[in-house]
Design a protein around this ligand. Structure first.
Ligand code: CDP
Ligand code: MG
Length: 653
């Protein structure tokens, strides 16, 4: 085993958590569950697993560290691998939805909490792990809550079995006690402790760098514009230091990136320049890594990030934060960069130590309301996927112990949807279809559509469409109000008579052909130009391709031929989709409007649809967008007769 990197070791010793490492290891030896509380940047996520590994106290299984965000899992594994003088995938690895970088050698594994839930399906006692660290628990994502519920059961089972086995042979990983560590950056430790039978709480002393917070005096109507203004006020009026701006999504990030770049062109000669670095889930890894590199001389770096990315990554050099208030995340501490940039460049710190500044683009009152109204995700989101997973694990969602239980109505709704998808039978047990569905990292309705495509012989086509619908930006055409007509023309080039789903398929296939082509209008560069010409969002297409590749692997593993094609008989594709998303259907009414078949809501076809100007007897759509009207987006025409063939309707015969 290679030892720790000597230069990075010096940095690690500066972290607040370093001093407490021995008492921390002791606490974990003595207690099955420990809650660690410490502010962002104190070294919890990177150091705790290393302390435990280096102590040799916990058998030779793997240490899992769960993360709510995949970007964080990757960057943490990269950092910790460097601290251990190793490469990612060896001693330190990660595992996220469509990418597993771990091996038999891996002893510290960063993985999304969703991945841990998936692993439960094949290894219900998580026997390969002897320590499981649930990180960022304060965020209370649905998956984190599910992990906590599952861990509580598993620990009971593993640790009591172990007592029974005492004295019966050597301790294997399986009968090693399961240690659970819950890490949180806010003051809610009591709640976690109580859930785990009053588990021991450890507090990590913070760095306590002063952060000065400013609030907007009045509510801001256009926060993107307000962020732009605030950024240039900082740039002109404040000393050195990089800026981090939180926004709600990729589209906003791209729009602000454009505006900042545009204004920055007019910065007078001799003044500091600006380097914009976007950060969101769909961004390619090499671009994500840019945020960790120090800005060139006389340049201020500004990172535009969504809430997928932020706190679990510490970005060196940031001294100013602009919080638009639309990103979910609320609490973060500015990170001083005392040498912390050096793991990439071994350069000197770019900014001298000093206080940080946080500009909140909302009022102080707004902040209080925001903080007090935070509800755990499990109590406000769709639980279909979670309920299917619990059922597959043999747990009853209605009696499972949760940190905060979801409402019985939400569970009921999920049960009904799963019944409609034939994932559960009328007694509420998982069917073979349900089991097959849970193999796919897809929303249950989409997983059902995929299975239907196997029966209907159109998996190749269906997979591509489902990949687009599962991507973080599923809009393949740039949404832009001022170029609406040009975009509509471009879309028409790929138009399929049945509507948007097969049009998406045409776009992805055309892109693939251009890129695999040779000559000046082929290859990567040709593809880029092609996208610009057709107003196609290349990132979204690439993400869809990545997802498709992963889904194909899953298909092969579970005996679905991913290349089965229906050729011209594209009705099969729409019928497959319908098997999964039958809840999203609407029928044309005599007055020319559409009405949902299940929810009874009147809906209109979104102006971005290829069916916008046509009337068809019945439609299936991907999602509803609520603006002045209720719009169905990504819409295809279907035959009403197909609806009668659906299992939900057949049952009533
Ligand atoms: O988990 P916590 O917020 O307490 O701290 P951490 O994530 O373990 O970060 C400790 C230090 O590791 C940070 O101050 C960074 O200097 C460094 N780090 C890094 O360089 N790259 C990362 N992806 C994460 C952390
Ligand atoms: Mg952390």
């Amino acid at each position: 085993m290679p030892g720790p990197d000597p230069i990075l070791l010096e940095q690690r010793k500066q972290l607040p958590i370093w001093k407490g490492r021995q008492s921390l290891v002791r606490a974990v030896v003595e207690n099955d569950t420990v809650v660690i509380l410490g502010e962002t940047g104190s070294g919890k996520t990177t150091q705790v697993p290393q302390f435990l590994l280096e102590s040799n106290e916990f058998g030779n299984g793997t240490i899992a560290v769960t993360q709510p965000r995949k970007v964080a899992a990757i960057s943490l594994a990269t950092r910790v691998a460097a601290e251990q003088c190793s490469t990612v995938g060896a001693l330190v690895g990660y595992s996220i939805r469509f990418d597993d970088q771990s091996s038999a050698e891996t002893k510290i594994k960063y993985l999304t909490d969703g991945m841990l839930v998936r692993e439960l399906l094949s290894d219900p006692l998580l026997s390969r792990y002897n320590v499981i660290i649930v990180d960022e628990a304060h965020e209370r994502t649905l998956r984190t809550d599910l992990v906590l519920s599952a861990l509580k059961n598993i620990q009971k089972e593993r640790n009591t079995k172990r007592t029974d086995r005492k004295g019966k042979g050597p301790e294997t990983v399986k009968n090693c006690p399961l240690k659970i560590i819950i890490m949180s950056a806010t003051l809610d430790a009591q709640k976690f402790s109580k859930f785990f039978n009053n588990a021991r709480i450890l507090y990590v002393e913070g760095r306590q760098h002063p952060v000065k917070v400013f609030y907007a005096e009045t509510p801001q109507a256009d926060y993107v514009e307000s962020a732009l203004r605030t950024f240039f006020q900082i740039h002109i009026g404040h000393g050195p230091g990089d800026v981090l701006i939180f926004l709600s999504g990729q589209e906003e990030i791209e729009s602000l990136e454009k505006s900042i770049t545009l204004y920055a062109e007019h910065i007078p000669e001799g003044e500091s320049k600006v380097l914009v670095c976007p950060l969101y889930a769909g961004l390619p890894q090499h671009q994500q890594n840019r945020i960790f590199m120090p800005a060139p001389p006389a340049t201020r770096k500004v990172v535009l990030a969504t809430n997928i990315a932020e706190t679990s990554i510490t970005i060196p050099g940031i001294r100013f934060v602009i919080d638009t208030g639309v990103a979910k995340e609320k609490s973060y501490i500015l990170q001083q960069n005392r040498g912390s940039a050096s793991h990439l460049h071994n350069s000197e710190p770019v900014v001298p130590d000093g206080p940080g500044f946080c500009f909140r683009l909302y009022t102080e009152d707004g902040f209080r309301q925001f903080r007090d109204s935070a509800t755990p995700e499990i109590q406000r989101c769709n639980l279909t996927f979670a309920v299917l997973q619990l059922k597959t694990l043999g747990q009853d969602p209605e009696t499972t112990e949760f940190l905060d239980p979801p409402s019985p109505e939400t569970i009921q709704e999920s049960l009904i949807v799963l019944f409609g998808l034939e994932a559960l039978d009328h007694t509420g047990n998982v069917t073979s279809i349900g089991r097959e569905m849970s193999n796919f990292p897809l929303d249950p309705p989409l997983a059902r559509a995929l299975l239907a495509s196997k029966t209907l012989g159109c998996t190749s086509e269906t997979l591509i469409i489902l990949s687009v619908l599962s991507a973080s930006s599923k809009l393949l055409f740039e949404p832009s109000a001022d170029k609406r007509e040009e975009i509509a023309d471009a879309r028409n080039t790929f138009r399929h008579s049945s509507g948007d789903h097969l049009t998406l398929l045409n776009v992805v296939r055309a892109y693939g052909e251009v890129r695999s082509g040779s000559g000046s209008d082929g290859g990567n560069r040709g593809a880029k130009e092609w996208c610009a010409r057709h107003h196609v969002n290349e990132r979204a297409v690439k993400e869809a391709e990545r997802i498709e590749k992963q889904l194909k692997e899953t298909c092969r593993r579970v005996g679905v031929d991913p290349d089965a094609t229906c050729g011209e008989d594209t009705d099969a594709v729409l019928k497959s989709l319908l098997m999964g998303i039958f809840q999203n259907c609407a029928i044309l009414q005599p007055d020319g409007t559409y009405r949902q078949t299940l929810g009874r809501l009147p809906v209109k076809i979104h102006p971005s649809s290829t069916l916008f100007t046509r009337k068809v007897p019945a439609i299936v759509y991907d999602e509803l967008v609520f603006t002045s009207n209720t719009y169905a987006r990504t819409v295809s025409a279907i035959e009403q007769a197909w609806l009668l063939d659906l299992p939900v309707n057949r049952r009533h015969d």
